[in-house]
Structures are given as C-alpha cells and as structure tokens.
Design a protein around this ligand. Structure first.
Ligand SMILES: Cc1cc2nc3c(=O)[nH]c(=O)nc-3n(C[C@H](O)[C@H](O)[C@H](O)COP(=O)(O)O)c2cc1C
Ligand code: SF4
Length: 518
C-alpha cells in the first residue's frame, strides 16, 4: 500500500510553517526514492501542535507535531511512515487529550481528509442530512431545526428555527440564504477552519436552509482576509454543482438551490447583518434600521435567512441524527455544542468543540493550560472586541448564553482571549473605545461621537486628571452608548470598558498611584 502523509493546508497551519514542512517531506521522499501520497487536509484545530503531520499506518493514523522542516530527516530515520517513535510523536490523533476531550458534531470531519474530496465527505456521513431534508416538507425541516434548540452562533444567539420560519411564512417570488462569514471578532477562527477544512458541510447546511424556506439562491460573504477560505469554498461549490448537490435538482429532487461566494472589503461592521446586506448589494456598509427584519425584507428587499457559518454548518448533523440527539447536549437554553476558540496568551490555543456548560475556568486552566508566559491569568475577554473581561473571580461561569448575560458578559462567537497579570486594563478599555471609533459606520451619534469622547476621557483618566469626575463621565457615556446606539457595535462597546472598570479598579487609579503600585 502506498503510504499516505497528511499535511494541513489550513491557513493557521500554513502560518506556522506547514508549506515548508510539506516541501521538506516531498524532497525527502524524492531523495530516498520512496513513493507516498501527500494529502493536504484541513486542521483539526489543535494549533499549538501545528504543523501536525499524520501518517496512515496499518494500525490507524499516527500524528507528529509541531513539525519543523529541520525535523523531517530524523522523522524518516525514525520510520515515521510506519508510525515510529520520534520526539514529535503524538500517537493516534483522536487520543491527543485536547482532541479526545471534545464532542465534535459540527467539526466531526474537519481536518481529517482532503477538504475538496466529496467522496471522503460522504464516507464520513456527509450529505445524509440533505438526503433526509429533500424527502421532507419545508415546515418539517424548520420544525426539526427549531426543536434542536440551535441558536445563532454569530453572536446574538437568536433561535435559528424561528428565523427560518419567518422566511418560510413570508410569501415572495424570490428568497435568499446569506451566510455570514465575515468573522471579524478577535480570537475567532471557527468559520475559517470549517470553510478551509470541511467546506461541504457549509454547502450542505445552506442547501438545507434553502429547501426549508423556499430560497433558491445563497451567498457566502467571506472576509477579504481569508483568501484560502475563499479559494476552497469556490472550488467546493464547483464540485458540489458538478455532483448535483447544488443546481436545479438538488440530489435529484425537484428542489433547486445554487450559491455564490462573495468577498468583503475589510470592515468590522460589515459583519453586522444589515450592513453585510448593503455591502453584498454593492452599497456602502452602513447599518440599516430594523424593522423591517432581513427575514422579511433582506437582500435586494427579499425575505432572507442570514446565518453565521457555524449555525448553518450545524444543521446537517441535526437533519442526519435528529433534533433530540442535538438537543441532548448542553445546558439550560444553550443546546448542542459550541466551538470555543481559545487564543491570546495561552499555552494550548486552538478550537475546542464541546457541549455548552464547561466553566470558564475549566476552559482556560485545564483545556488551555494557562498562559504561555507562565504568569497568572489576569483577565479573559469572551466574545470578541465587544465582549466583557472576566476576572478569575468569575471563572465559575458556565459557558451558556444566559449565564454569561447574568454576569454582564456575552458568549458572542465563542472566541476567548487570555491575558496575564501584565495586562493594563485601562489600556484595554481605551482600546475598546478606539476600536469602536475606527470601525463605527457613523450612522448614529452615541457610537460615532461617543467612542471618540470615550478615548479622550480615558486618556484624561490615564493622565490622572480629575479621576472621579472622568470615571463618572465614562460610566455615563457607556450608558448612553449602551441604550442609545442603533446596533451592537456602539451598544456593546461598554461591555469591555465597564467590565475593566468594575473588575480591575486598581488599573484606573490616578497615574501617580498607578506608577507607585507598579
Ligand atoms: C458590529 C457587528 C459585527 C458582527 N460581526 C459578525 C460576524 O463577523 N459574523 C457573524 O456571523 N455575525 C456577526 N454579527 C452578528 C450578525 O449581525 C447576525 O446576528 C448574525 O449574522 C446572525 O446569524 P446567526 O443567527 O446564525 O448568528 C455582528 C454584529 C455586529 C453588531
Ligand atoms: S452603533 Fe455604530 S456601527 Fe452601529 S449603526 Fe450606530 S454608528 Fe453604525
């Protein structure tokens, strides 16, 4: 049997040197006259082990990582094509603790095979959900998705089934499915990983959404910073079309559904759904007032489902294994699994899919292994740049939409950024206001003007000018932004600011006292 070597082509792995490793392995094979097949898979998401190279042996896959080009000769000398021992040896990939502890439903196939092999996708259960869907009435598909408890993974946590029902119930000669792949939140990469590592699951999810709501056309809006994801998705759509997964007769059924990939132009606010729709229509990315809801008047004024990549990519497993199976995972009103993306100053960064309910402490200390600097964790920002900073005192908070809201936080797109005790939370609060000022679409005053005034006021605090007065001013400003902004960019910027002030008051002391304390 020709040996098979798996080297990730995922952009996270490429950033860590996977291309150089692939070249070194190809050269070594040629030099030694060994015939082997190199498969470029996606990433399994254990980024602290990337580039993670795997070989298929008679006893299953064996992983090595993180592999450097300088390791390649010794890997061959150690007989790695047969799973031989080496300092980079990790054993069977699914036994690596970071991967073994996960519950992979949405990411079940991600990183295992060539992402563009439809046969490999099918061999691991792909297309079963769509096959079930084409045999069902649209209302029954919507019912399954509603009963699964799936909520939007883009940030707001809105029930996916209810959104779909609104589109299904709205009569129109044309409807659309729009996939939000703008993924602008700091520390998030789940959308990118699925698009690069298992693109057919997103295509399958979008086709199911189309059949469920009566939409025949879909668009994936991908951020311009994701050229690899754009390339993989474009190829995957072409393959799916040729194979009859997309087209006028989806899987041979009377249902039509096709889709296109569109590239964004680098604005955070274009991740906000109405701004995204404007951008997709070729207009400036400015937020639209709601109502009308996009579900009733969305893209080109037509009823539109707009969902995050992970929301859509979670639908195939629901339609394959049933709503009850999916709903069985999780806690409270947070059902199913969530791909938590662990980043920042952390030892074991990567994607960890698990049922809702793990505590923040378990995620940071046990899964993430604490900080990469080895210093104590000071704060963790959960939910991207608009998420709150949690101190260690709140590490018992379970990963659950309502539990985070109770503590003035949010899960968002489930990205977490870890900071050690050298972080200055006043600087982080300033950064939040500055980020809002830079990214504001400018439509409403609390966000457009408030964020700039926020930066100035925090600067005065840092300089020790009238600290009590300026602290009260920032708090007042945050209240105005929270309750007076049109969208969550202005409305949620107060979360990182106020959580910094509330949980780390020592960082907001007047400048001389801050210097003395250091
Ligand atoms: C400023 C801002 C940026 C956003 N960025 C994203 C994004 O990058 N990706 C995303 O899926 N949702 C983003 N959202 C949320 C979307 O507006 C919307 O809620 C989401 O696409 C709905 O899909 P879901 O129900 O599947 O989560 C953003 C919201 C705001 C206010
Ligand atoms: S809150 Fe900011 S980004 Fe949102 S509509 Fe207002 S100005 Fe635009």
């Amino acid at each position: 049997m020709t040996p098979r070597i798996y080297i990730p082509g995922d952009s996270g792995a490429l950033a860590l040197g996977a291309e150089k490793v692939a070249k070194a392995i190809a050269n070594e094979l040629a030099e030694r006259g060994i015939e082997a097949k190199i498969v470029r898979n996606g990433s399994r998401g254990a980024y602290f082990l990337e580039p993670m190279v795997e070989v298929a042996t008679a006893n299953g896959r064996v992983a090595y990582g993180p592999v450097k080009p300088s390791d390649v000769k010794s890997l061959f000398d150690s007989g790695f094509l047969k799973g031989g021992h080496h300092k980079r040896w990790l054993g069977a990939p699914d036994k690596i603790p970071f991967l073994a502890k996960q519950t992979r439903l949405t990411f079940a196939r991600c990183g295992i095979n060539d992402p563009l092999s439809l046969d490999a996708y099918k061999s691991l259960g792909g297309l079963k959900g769509l096959q079930n869907a084409v045999a069902m009435a649209p209302a029954d598909i919507v019912k399954q998705v509603t009963e699964s408890g799936l909520r939007g993974r883009g940030g707001a946590g809105f029930p996916t089934g209810i959104k779909w029902k609104t589109v299904l119930d709205t009569t129109s000669e044309r409807k659309y499915i729009v996939c939000n792949a703008d993924e602008g939140d700091s520390a998030t990469f789940a959308d990118r990983m699925i698009m690069e590592g298992d693109p057919f699951v997103l295509i399958e999810g979008m086709a199911i959404a189309g059949i469920a709501t009566g939409a025949t056309k879909g668009f994936v809006y991908i951020r311009s910073e994701y050229p690899h994801a754009v390339a993989v998705m474009n190829k995957a759509v072409e393959i799916a079309r040729k194979a009859g997964v997309l087209g006028v007769n989806v899987l041979g059924s009377p249902n039509a559904f096709d889709m296109e990939i569109r590239v964004g132009a680098g604005a955070y606010v274009c991740g906000e759904e109405t701004s995204l729709l404007n951008s997709l229509e070729g207009k400036r990315g400015v937020v639209r007032a709601k109502p009308p809801l996009p579900a009733i008047q969305g893209l080109f004024g037509k009823p539109t489902v707009i969902n995050n990549v992970i929301s859509l990519a979670s639908v195939p497993v629901i339609m394959d294994k049933g709503a009850a199976f999916y709903k069985d995972f999780g806690m409270g009103r947070s059902r199913g699994t969530i791909p938590i993306q662990i980043a920042g100053n952390v030892k074991q960064g990567g994607l960890f899919e698990t049922a809702f309910g793990l505590t923040l402490g378990e995620i940071v200390d046990e899964i993430g292994g604490g900080t990469s600097t080895g210093r104590p964790v000071k704060a963790v920002q959960v939910g991207g740049p608009l998420g709150a900073y949690f101190p260690r005192a709140l590490f018992d908070t379970p990963f659950d939409y309502e539990e985070f809201a109770k503590r003035d936080g949010l899960i968002g797109h489930a990205g977490i950024t870890v900071f050690d005790d050298t972080a200055d939370m006043l600087k982080q609060a300033r950064f939040a206001m500055e980020f809002c000022a830079i990214e504001s679409c400018g439509k409403c005053t609390p966000c457009r003007i408030g964020s700039t005034r926020g930066v100035e006021t925090i600067d005065r605090l840092a300089a020790g000018i009238e600290p009590e007065k300026n602290l009260a001013l920032v708090t007042d400003l945050c209240n105005t932004m929270k309750f007076g902004s049109l969208c969550a960019l202005g409305g949620f910027t107060p979360y990182p600011v106020m959580s910094s002030i509330t949980h780390f008051p020592e960082d907001f002391k007047p400048a001389p006292a801050r210097v003395a304390a250091e």
